[in-house]
Design a protein around this ligand. Structure first.
Ligand SMILES: Cc1ncc(COP(=O)(O)O)c(C=O)c1O
Length: 447
């Protein structure tokens, strides 16, 4: 074994010395050094000076291929002239008013044209906020209180939903086919936890039993079709259609959280699955890199927001600049752009998985579109069908070693074993990533 966690960490600390010094300084005033927990990367985060196209330039003076892309946001890369141009023009008119501007509506039309189930839409500043809105709309429409969500499903840091988002294996409460809710953070009230029903991923029998038993109380089921923070678990198409049929029968609203999966297809991942949920949550790419979230869905469900029953509002919600950036981003993301990203992802999966099979390495790269999971598993060929599989069969130390070593070799992935692609990436960039992955994986298992 030539590549170990210890050695990779040593090289990382040396290469990103300035970032380390910055982190230490920042920790004096900001708990942890930065406001986002997800920045944590091995010993410390890597501070960035600027981004250009598919690259980031760190304060340590290195250029890295950005495979993180702000956790899937930067689908068209950094400093794209369409986005910066549109923002530069719009900013001159002012950008903070107690009046609406035209942009929000223009973006709403774009999204409604693309995502068939979205007839009306309300914007916020983040997907977390829009998840709050979606749940409130669901509760108001159904008159029920409880929320059903999946174990391993992440829907932001809000009390109602940061429950069983990533329980670790030593803390899996309840049986796999009937998980019990567990708060992911201290400070979430026990009454909120008790009002949350947890569903097992890709287990139709378990889900049906739980939903039927609790149907009287459940306002909505919220789900990602492919999880992000929870380990890139893809829900099978038939399984999701089964859930759809049960929710319709039981008077439960279905919310699909497409915060990440909207990049899967011009019409969203729901279109790939041929699904029409009641509500859809969006974020990330719809703001083009500025803070924006949205909840959209069947027009009649929004009556409660129009007749004053449901109050949803905030100072910066639907911010004009975020709407301008979002429109510019979506304009670039035409059907061909989505196809290109998905083709690159398929190429990466095919080449690396065939190679890994041949070598009999317990290593896989998986996922349904241009956001992929990388797992060092307990045995070659292992499939990950649920969040529990992800924890039970993945090797965390190898995943961290891989992430650190990638950065040491000028690639910047998501530390928890994920990559997201961006449009400016060239065939050469992809080849470089594939070859570097092979070198690191070989170094971990062989040599
Ligand atoms: C599926 C999903 N939903 C909701 C959120 C929360 O989004 P935000 O960080 O914009 O609040 C995220 C964030 O990563 C996410 O991946």
């Amino acid at each position: 074994m030539t590549i170990t966690l210890e050695k990779s960490q040593e090289r990382f600390l040396e290469k990103f010395k300035t970032s380390r010094e910055f982190t230490e300084r920042c920790r004096g005033k900001i708990p942890g050094g930065y406001s986002r927990v997800s920045f944590n990367y091995g010993p410390h985060a890597i501070f960035v000076d600027r981004g250009e196209g598919q690259y980031i330039y760190t304060i340590d003076g290195h250029r890295l291929l950005d495979l993180n892309n702000n956790f899937t946001v930067n689908v068209i890369g950094h400093n794209h002239p369409k986005i910066t141009g549109a923002l530069t023009e719009a900013i001159q008119d002012g950008f903070s008013f107690g009046n609406p501007m035209k942009y929000e509506h223009q973006l709403a039309e774009m999204i409604c044209d693309r995502v068939e189930s979205v007839e009306k839409i309300k914007f916020s500043c983040s997907a977390s906020e829009s998840c709050i809105s979606a749940v409130r709309i669901a509760r108001a429409n159904t008159g029920k209180n409880k929320i059903a969500k999946f174990e391993g499903g992440y829907h932001g840091f809000i009390d109602d939903l940061q429950i069983s988002a990533h329980p670790a294996p030593d803390r899996f409460p309840g049986p796999a086919d009937y998980p019990a809710p567990l708060a992911d953070s201290a400070g979430i009230p026990s009454y909120t936890v008790e009002n949350t029903i947890i569903l097992p991923q890709n287990d139709p029998t378990g889900c049906e039993k739980i939903l039927r038993e609790n149907a009287r109380d459940i306002a909505c089921v919220i789900m990602e079709l492919q999880s992000g923070a929870g380990g890139v678990i893809v829900l099978d198409k038939d399984f999701v259609h089964g859930i759809r049929a049960i929710t319709e029968e039981l008077g439960i609203l279905m919310i699909i959280d497409e915060t990440i999966t909207l990049r899967a297809d011009y019409n969203g991942m729901q279109a790939v699955y041929g699904l029409k949920p009641d509500l859809t949550v969006m974020g990330k790419i719809i703001g083009g890199g500025l803070p924006l979230g949205a909840v959209g869905g069947r027009a009649e469900l929004f009556h409660v927001t129009e007749n004053g029953q449901v109050h949803l509002s905030g100072t910066h919600q639907g911010h004009p600049l975020a709407a301008v950036a979002g429109m510019a981003c979506l304009e670039v993301m035409d059907k061909a752009a989505h196809d290109r990203l998905n083709e690159l992802a398929e190429q990466i999966k095919k080449e690396l998985n065939e190679w890994s099979d041949q070598k009999s390495f317990p290593f896989i790269i998986y996922g349904a579109f241009s956001f992929l999971g990388i797992a060092f598993t307990d045995k070659p060929g292992r499939e990950l069908k649920s969040h529990r599989d992800f924890w039970n069969f993945s090797n965390d130390d190898h995943a961290l070693t891989f992430a650190l070593e990638m950065a040491n070799r000028d690639f910047f992935p998501v530390h928890r074993g994920q990559i997201s692609l961006s449009l400016p990436m060239t065939d050469e960039d992809i080849k470089g990533f594939i070859n570097t992955t092979k070198e690191i994986v070989t170094g971990i298992f062989e040599d």
